[in-house]
Design a protein around this ligand. Structure first.
Ligand code: ADP
Ligand code: MG
Length: 624
């Protein structure tokens, strides 16, 4: 046997580095996690050439003192763990004190950091783990770390790197996963000089998802939630109809740490068991919260896996959260089927809507919009004031959707706000309220791509579909407790409105911010628009702000009037445009809202519908 020698520290460091720093993506993950642990609310990640030559992470976290900045690069130097006892209750993402040492060992690093409240910062240069320069520096509070020439001193590893493109996309998804894990942190990801995504950091899971994946993906998501004494699950799962060919859109977070887990994956997929063909996979962003002592995070080199104290508890938590969401969506689409006028045996409808309106398929088209859309503000139609479900109906319903078997002992699955479907044992006491009695009407069609023609009682009604839709949007935006969801613009839209208008908009920046717009000064007569409400298309950003400006100029000093003026403009731009043809269900949904008497005028006060009576027609034809 050859003799045993202790490796020289720098060789040991290189070997250790291999565990933590596999590729640029792992550097990004580790550095972003450090920023999060430092309490940052804003993190900017920039890479070029797949991160092999340049990675820069900037945060506004607590920063480091010059002394700490030096120590941070030593192996097993950490501020997050003192003794072995602490490992039981780790609440930070890092704790091993390895990442900075490992990254520094295989790259050239530039660190700029200033501790909160310190008069000045410090700049540190390292090459292959050795500090080559340290000097005081003027810099903002927080930390910027630049990692250049990754693996320049480990040619063997360099050889294993994939193309820049492959590294770049794995880096982007590492950053994305971390961004998604923290909706309360605003993350901007810049690849080769171009911002790819920018999360708002407003603590909302939905707006975080929206900014990372876009509108179409977000539209196919169902809110999911469950909780018991030991574990809480919240987030979104994909509708069965939006399933994908792989699992790359399944995101699980345990105590805000992105993790992979076969258990959680199986729990999710079990909930879709009868709703997906094989080879199709649901998407999800599910956030699991449990006491730190219920998970061991120290079982994987990159901390990408964890060990649960009870696999069964987390399985159940995820399963029931997803099952509740899927069941609700199934119930929604079941309604669609039976309501679109197809012959049916009436049982589902009677069960759901009560026998009174079972014959009226047109009316029930009202609820053909996806679950959660209409229902958020409107109860299903056909429910008379005070009408409830009988317990027999509840049982029948549960059997139909397998809810009885699925009902966990302690798990509460909760529906999205205001939308209560029969997944709750207290259902029999839930009464839906309908503001007006259900009228009988028939949608004849659409004319001039603008007006919906409806036969109702003794006359024909024309509905201005844009005006009606605008009103619906306006009411939804104005509803108490409504918080606008905004989208961060990857490239700010620069609006040149002229000096006066720019000052009007900037004076109202706070109000605009509350309604989902972030505008900043951009020279004398221009504005940079960085965020807009989710309802608005990017190309409409400039015209909307221009309209808002006109509104603001005419709405006097009163804040409520200004507020409503802005909402009117958003509602108008978000509404379907006259001149564009609409689907049948869109027409029927709008008609139902108007014919129920719920909507009479558009937010600007114009009527949304008017009637030509049979008498008028008869007169025109000289019948009377
Ligand atoms: P760990 O995160 O496991 O503690 P690291 O090597 O990643 O180990 O970091 C070492 C230490 O450096 C951290 O414990 C922390 O005190 C400090 N540190 C690293 N990055 C930052 C940052 N962005 N802001 C403030 N402190 C940081
Ligand atoms: Mg760390």
């Amino acid at each position: 046997m050859p003799r045993i020698f202790e490796l020289e520290p720098h060789v040991a460091d290189l070997i250790a580095a291999g565990e933590v720093v596999e590729r640029p993506a792992s550097v990004i993950k580790e550095l972003m996690e450090n920023s999060i642990d430092a309490g940052a609310g804003i993190i900017t990640v920039e890479i070029t050439f797949g991160g092999m030559t340049y990675i820069r992470i900037t945060d506004n976290g607590c920063g480091m003192s010059p002394e700490d900045a030096k120590t941070a690069f030593l192996r097993h130097a950490t501020s997050k763990l003192r003794g072995a006892d602490g490992l039981e209750a780790i609440s930070t993402l890092g704790f091993r004190g390895e990442a900075l040492a490992a990254i520094a060992a295989v790259s050239r690093i530039e660190l700029l950091t200033r501790e909160t409240g310190a008069a000045e910062g410090v700049s540190l240069m390292l090459e292959a783990g050795v500090i080559t320069d340290m000097s005081p520096a003027g810099c903002p509070e927080g930390t910027t770390i630049i990692v250049r020439d990754l693996f320049f001193n480990t040619p063997a590893r360099l050889k294993f790197m994939k193309s820049d493109r492959a590294e770049s996309s794995s880096a982007a998804s590492a950053a994305l996963r971390t961004a998604l894990s923290r909706p309360e942190v605003s993350v901007r990801f810049i690849r080769d000089g171009k911002t790819e995504y920018h999360t708002p950091g407003d603590s909302r899971i939905d707006s975080c998802i929206y900014s990372l994946f876009g509108r179409e993906f977000s539209a196919g998501l169902l809110p999911a939630e469950s909780s018991d004494d030991t574990i809480a699950v919240e987030g979104f799962v994909g509708a069965p109809s939006a399933a994908r060919g792989n699992r790359s859109y399944q995101f699980f977070f345990v105590n805000a740490r992105p993790i992979r887990s076969i258990t959680l994956q199986a729990a999710l997929e079990r909930a879709y068991a009868n709703n997906l063909p094989s080879g199709r996979f649901p998407s999800c962003a599910l956030y699991i919260t449990t006491k730190p002592c219920n998970v061991d995070v120290n079982v994987h080199p990159a901390k990408a896996e964890v060990k649960f104290a009870s696999d069964k508890n987390v399985f159940d938590g995820v399963y029931y959260a997803a099952l509740g969401a899927v069941t609700r969506s199934k119930a929604g689409s079941e309604e669609q089927k039976t309501e679109s006028g197809k012959p049916e045996d009436g049982s589902a409808r009677n069960l759901k809507f009560g026998a009174e309106n079972a014959h009226n398929s047109k009316y029930n088209a009202f609820s053909t919009a996806p679950a959660g859309a209409n229902y958020n503000s409107q109860p299903p139609p056909g429910h008379k004031r005070g009408a409830g479900f009988t317990s027999m109906q509840v049982d029948e319903y549960r059997n139909k959707y397998g809810i009885e078997n699925a009902k966990p002992q302690n798990h509460k699955t909760s529906a999205p706000q205001n939308y209560q479907l029969p997944t709750d044992p207290q259902l029999s006491t839930v009464n839906y309220q309908l503001s007006t009695a259900a009228p009988l009407f028939r949608v004849i069609g659409e004319t001039l791509n603008t007006y919906i023609i409806v036969e109702f009682q003794n006359g024909v009604w024309f509905i201005d579909k844009h005006a009606a839709h605008e009103r619906i949007h306006f009411d939804a935006l104005k509803a108490e407790g409504f918080e606008p969801m905004s989208q961060a613009l990857i490239t700010p839209v620069i609006c040149r409105h002229g000096h006066e208008d720019v000052s009007v908009l900037l004076e109202n920046a706070q109000l605009l911010d509350k309604l989902g717009f972030l505008v900043e000064s951009f020279g004398e007569d221009a504005l940079a628009v960085r965020r807009i409400p989710a309802e608005i298309d990017i190309e409409d950003a400039e015209p909307v702000l221009s309209d808002i400006c006109t509104q603001l100029k005419h709405s006097g000093a009163a804040i409520p009037a200004r507020h409503d003026g802005i909402l009117r403009t958003i509602a108008c731009k978000a509404a379907i445009k006259a001149g564009r043809s609409s689907s049948k269900s869109e027409l029927e949904t709008l008609a139902a809202r108007v014919m129920s008497g719920e909507i009479a005028q558009c937010p600007h006060g114009r009527p949304v519908a008017f009637e030509i009576t049979k008498a008028t027609l008869d007169k025109g034809f000289k019948r009377i």
